[in-house]
Design a protein around this ligand. Structure first.
Ligand code: SF4
Length: 500
């Protein structure tokens, strides 16, 4: 037992490479200037912002330019209902310009719930004795993917790992390889996961190179809170995660390791939401300035109850539904090119209201227990979860609703497989040109899903959307229409994974 403990402790001690932090700092300082952020927010909170100034800022967002901290602080302090409505309309227009009416769907896949950290808001924290611990074997990973790709129809996953010696980079690499290797027969074709995004601990450059070679989509790490004092409080001392700087610079290390597609985020409810939105912007601008690439996605989960984690009930910074919608609007306007992920933490009604404000991705048929897609899922199994879900609807129901709302669900994963990543994707997104490929691939992949998985009622609503999209493609992209329609017909005959 003592030997085990020593092994554990030395693993923790060697995780953080200080030289992979200081090399990015500016004379020992990081890029979250807390006092500056607080001053900008205070300055703008004293009076209602000038409508002309707001209009100028919105024009900049509509030109798909990242806003400055001052401009973002102005938007965060708008209270006038007419101005708020103008902001919402602008956010919608920005979303349409960059991503059109597409929503990408994915599923989270939790591979283990062992963790050496002790984050106060998380059901997986090491001191939570009520949770049943489990690490999926490669065979169990395969079973999970067979359900996700073969029975539900997902093509894209976010794979989630806790931080522990038994789930180190070698485990991560092998599980990703296993996921990509699963191919399942479906009603009219076959199903496969084509993009594995990874939500993992902050890794070293050496480990990130292994992740890059494994062919991941997005590397996602949330800072949780950018406020130094709060970060320290909710991530107890002596844990790896207590090191704010190690986490803050993990995207710098990712870029250095050759990963050029990253996702950042905040767990809203730990600290003041306006401060966190400003910090997301500072993080974005730092990445843009240093690497010419901003975050591909931004996530904004709200603190949710977790088993045996009383902190989640008592935070004084809990974000109301109204403020949640405001923060989505401001992020969409401040970082106009970024994909925005709303998850099943939120209930169906809030998702319905929030998606039109600028969200681009959502999960469905979500299960966050370990092994919960392929195993029995009951109250006991829920104890293997990190938090409690707000939306437990299946993918078919979610797609049915999105179709009624006028959104086309995209299962496209072509972008990164055709090299449309990094600086290239940034340019395409900013210029609105990515949409051209995405619309075509959205229709092709949606056709696959409808033919393999849709219930009759969903099929009708989905086909209405598809037919409208095909008419638009005919008008907007006559140069590639014949290739597109040839692919579309071949998919109807059972071919799969054709993309442009
Ligand atoms: S939030 Fe992540 S790092 Fe913290 S205890 Fe949970 S799984 Fe571990």
């Amino acid at each position: 037992m003592t030997m085990e403990l020593n092994k554990f402790d030395s693993w923790i001690k060697d995780r953080i490479k200080n030289e992979e932090i200081v090399k990015y700092q500016d004379k020992g300082k990081d890029f979250i200037p807390e006092q500056e952020i607080i001053s900008k927010l205070e300055l703008n909170s004293k009076k209602e912002p000038d409508p002309l100034r707001i209009k100028d800022i919105l024009l900049k967002s509509l030109a798909i330019q990242t806003l400055t901290p001052d401009e973002t602080a102005v938007l965060l302090n708008v209270r006038d209902s007419n101005m708020l409505e103008e902001m919402r309309q602008a956010a919608l227009a920005v979303k349409k310009k960059v991503y059109d009416n597409r929503i990408v769907t994915f599923a989270p896949l939790y591979l283990n719930n062992l963790c050496v950290n002790n984050c106060m808001y998380c059901g997986f924290r090491k001191d939570n004795k009520t949770i049943k611990r489990k690490i999926l074997s490669l065979e169990e990973v395969k079973k999970e993917v067979e359900v996700l790709a073969g029975k539900i129809g997902h093509k894209r996953l976010i794979v989630v790992y806790g931080e522990a010696p038994d789930t180190d980079i070698e485990y991560i690499r092998k599980t990703i390889e296993t996921i990509y290797g699963v191919k399942v027969k479906t009603k009219n074709g076959w199903g496969q996961i084509r993009r594995v995004n990874v939500n993992a601990p902050a890794l070293s450059i050496k480990e990130l190179k292994i992740l890059q070679e494994a062919g991941i989509g997005t590397y996602q790490v949330f800072q949780e809170t950018y406020h130094h004092g709060t970060y320290d409080k909710v991530h107890p001392k002596g844990t790896i995660k207590n090191n704010y700087q190690w986490r803050l610079y993990c995207m710098h290390r990712a870029f250095e390791a050759g990963i050029d597609d990253v996702g950042i985020g905040v767990l809203f409810g730990l600290y003041d939401w306006k401060f966190e939105v400003m910090s997301l912007l500072y993080h974005t601008r730092e990445l843009e300035q240093r690497f010419n690439i901003g975050p591909h996605t931004i996530s904004f989960p709200r603190l949710e109850p977790a088993f045996d984690s009383p902190f989640t009930q008592n935070s004084k910074y809990k974000v109301s539904d109204e403020d949640f919608k405001r923060l989505i609007t401001v992020i969409r306007l401040a970082i106009p090119y970024a994909g925005m992920i709303i998850t099943a933490r939120e209930n169906a009604q809030i998702k319905k209201e929030a998606i039109p404000l600028g969200c681009t991705q959502t999960d469905a048929s979500t299960r966050i227990g370990i092994g919960a897609y392929s195993e029995r899922y009951d109250e006991q199994e829920k104890k293997r979860q990190q938090f409690l879900l707000g939306d437990t609807r299946n993918l078919d129901e979610v797609i049915g609703e999105l179709s009624q709302m006028g959104f086309i669900t995209s299962f496209c994963t072509a972008g990164y497989r055709c090299g449309r990543t990094g600086k290239y994707i940034m340019e395409l997104l900013r210029s609105g040109k990515e949409g051209k490929f995405c619309k075509l691939n959205a229709v092709l992949t949606f056709r696959e899903w409808i033919d393999d998985f849709a219930a009759e009622e969903t099929k009708t609503a989905a086909e209405n959307i598809i037919n409208k999209e095909i008419e638009e493609i005919k008008k907007v992209s006559p140069d590639i229409f014949s290739t597109f329609i040839d692919y579309y017909e071949r998919i109807k005959q059972g071919e799969r994974d054709l993309y442009l």
